[in-house]
Design a protein around this ligand. Structure first.
Ligand code: RIB
Length: 318
């Protein structure tokens, strides 16, 4: 990496309570699982840690409560060298917690108690931009209030900052907001939520990507789990397979993919361009898919995020 990208991540910081289970419980069912693992998570914090491990200088904006979970979330971010000056402690709210069941095939089911994450305000974003706007890219998800997401996109447009929006968990956004987005990274369900449709077995990523591109982003990448990803820009469209690995825990794989894609685009050019040629697009997607594949081979969200050298070594040996 010739230059160190400066990435601003705005989003949630949770504590994940993870239990391995023989199967994901059905409604009304009690399933006995293994030992409890308590690990740092939250889509925003996961993406921040992934970006830091992949070589970026990262600043994080979010909120935690004045409790032990908040302290742990903060120290996990700090331990990766992430700037937490804009991670506020909100004395009126509890820290975000996620209850996660992980099945033997690595698939999961997640319930989030968002707590302080839902207190991240547009003013928190304005406070950051009051002092600096020299970021290479801004990453945001939908585990903070939607009003804060749309405000961030609008402010980034003012500063001409590329925004990567991971619209997770599934949310409805004012469609005008997507005009300011450089890259949108939904999974199939999230793509349907943005389009106001229902996810069905015959989901077609090509049609969904075309419909999402019509809403204004420069680039749409639909993640398809074990089926890889489908990416569309105004010039190219490409499908990449997922790398086959022994899946242990898919928690955070989507976060890892989005962060790694951002870093790969910044590697190509510090202004985070939409790749103009198919080769550039394919190479960015391969880097993201490799990072995500590595992340599912380990348990936990933040602990599973790979280092840059690991991703490069993985790509070399396949
Ligand atoms: O994307 C995975 C994350 O979703 C978990 O870490 C959990 O905290 C929830 O936010």
């Amino acid at each position: 990496m010739e230059h160190t990208p400066r990435v601003l991540v705005i989003g949630s910081a949770n504590t994940d309570m993870v239990v391995r289970v023989p199967r994901i419980p059905s409604p009304g069912e009690t399933v006995v699982g293994g030992d409890l693992a308590v690990v740092p998570g939250g889509k925003g914090a996961n993406q921040a840690v992934a970006a830091a491990r992949l070589g970026a200088s990262v600043s994080f904006v979010g909120r935690v409560g004045n409790d032990v979970f908040g302290d742990t979330a903060r120290s996990s971010l700090s331990s990766h060298g992430i700037d937490v000056t804009s991670l506020r402690t909100d004395s009126g709210a509890s820290s975000g917690v996620a209850l996660i069941a992980v099945a033997p095939d690595g698939q999961n089911s997640i319930v989030v108690a968002p707590g302080a994450n839902m207190c991240v305000t547009p003013e928190d974003i304005d406070d950051v931009f009051r002092t600096r706007s020299d970021f290479s890219a801004v990453l945001i998800q939908c585990e903070v209030p939607i009003s804060t997401v749309t405000h961030t996109i609008n402010r980034c447009r003012e500063f001409d900052l590329p925004v990567i929006l991971n619209p997770a968990p599934a949310c409805e956004l004012e469609t005008e907001a997507l005009f300011g987005v450089r890259c949108l990274t939904p999974n199939a369900g999230e793509a349907c939520a943005l389009l106001g449709t229902t996810l069905t077995d015959d989901f077609d990523p090509v049609r969904a990507a075309i419909a999402l591109m019509d809403l204004g982003p420069d680039m749409v990448v639909i993640t398809l789990g074990a089926d890889g990803a489908y990416a569309a820009t105004h010039r190219n469209a490409i499908r990449v397979p997922a790398y086959s690995v022994e899946a242990v825990d898919a928690t955070g794989a989507g976060d890892c993919f989005t962060a790694a894609l951002t870093i790969a685009l910044l590697d190509q050019d510090g202004s985070c361009p939409t790749p103009s040629d198919e080769a550039g697009l394919a190479s960015a997607l391969r880097f993201a898919a490799a990072a995500a594949a590595l992340s599912v081979t380990r348990i936990g969200a933040q602990p599973s995020m790979p280092q840059r050298a690991e991703v490069l070594a993985f790509l070399e040996q396949i």
